[in-house]
Design a protein around this ligand. Structure first.
Ligand SMILES: C[S@@+](CC[C@H](N)C(=O)[O-])C[C@H]1O[C@@H](n2cnc3c(N)ncnc32)[C@H](O)[C@@H]1O
Length: 259
């Protein structure tokens, strides 16, 4: 097994000017508490909402998009000793993770513009973070930073989840939440039909729901093959970057059986 520093050289990891290595300490806050709860879920296969990627021996350089404190890597002992990079826009969470989990390289950056050289990673994972990005841009960036034949593993937000939140806002007369959930639904419809996303004007961030066919179409559009999308216990999908640019799409979609 190669030491992490040699792997770093091999994957030609290049930080562009927008990437900032994380330094410093921060106090625990609500976001850290959230990430620690997610860490417990990630560690417990019996927990409701547990969804974790599988790692193979050939996955030497792995990128986690929207890594939080690095909980997905921290809950996966089999990846220790590999080259692990986590990106997130939340600097405080990354500072906390840097202090807790020394073997992860945290990079403060937006998923829509990844600060890495093309072909740097064997595997890109992202648990519940892509729904907060401009998905078509983020998938294009994931395809770029993956090596040919590299894999991607993502979890997504279903319409049902957003719908429940919208109904809850309506019942509780929570006007702001109701308007925001209406935006998520509208943005989800737009994404699934056209691949486009619109930012929420108040913070210029994105959020949408996804359908199996919408995310499959978006992955195929970015040059992924062997696409699998499933909505059984959780909504997740995986795909492989084509080895040849003109390798034909061979994708499978699976829907959850009707209960
Ligand atoms: C729901 S949390 C998921 C955290 C972690 N992946 C997990 O499985 O528990 C979503 C994370 O995505 C990050 N995020 C949101 N938008 C992002 C963006 N455009 N680029 C990078 N990270 C983003 C948030 O800061 C947050 O840490």
């Amino acid at each position: 097994m190669l030491p992490a520093n040699k792997l770093a050289t091999r994957v030609k990891l290049v930080l562009r000017s927008c990437g900032t290595m994380v330094l410093g300490n921060v106090a625990m806050d609500a976001r850290i508490a959230y990430h620690l709860r997610e860490l417990e879920i990630a560690r417990n296969p019996q927990a409701s909402g547990h969804a974790m990627p599988t790692f193979s021996e050939s996955d030497r350089a792995i990128l986690d998009i929207g890594c939080g404190i690095g909980q997905t890597f921290a809950a996966s002992p089999q990846v220790h000793g590999r080259f692990l990079v986590g990106i997130d826009i939340d600097l405080d969470s990354q500072k906390w993770g840097r202090d807790a989990f020394g073997d992860i390289s945290f990079v403060n950056s937006d998923a829509n513009t990844l600060p890495f050289a093309s072909g740097s990673f064997d595997l890109v994972i992202s648990r519940v973070s892509l729904p907060y990005t401009h998905i078509s841009l983020a998938l294009g960036e994931i395809a770029r930073v993956l090596k040919p034949g590299g894999r991607v593993w993502l979890t997504m937000h279903s319409f049902q989840k957003t719908w429940k939140r919208w109904v809850c806002a309506l019942r509780s007369f929570h006007a702001k939440e109701f308007v925001y959930c209406s935006y998520i639904i509208g943005n989800g419809v737009l994404f699934n039909l056209s691949g486009c996303s619109i930012a929420w004007p108040l913070n210029h961030r994105y959020e949408s729901f996804q359908t199996v066919s919408g995310i499959t179409k978006a992955l195929r559009h970015c040059g992924f093959v062997d696409i699998e999308a499933t909505k059984r216990t959780s909504f997740y999908c995986s795909a492989r970057k084509a080895r040849e640019p003109n390798q034909g799409p061979a994708f499978v979609t699976r829907r959850s059986p009707t209960p």
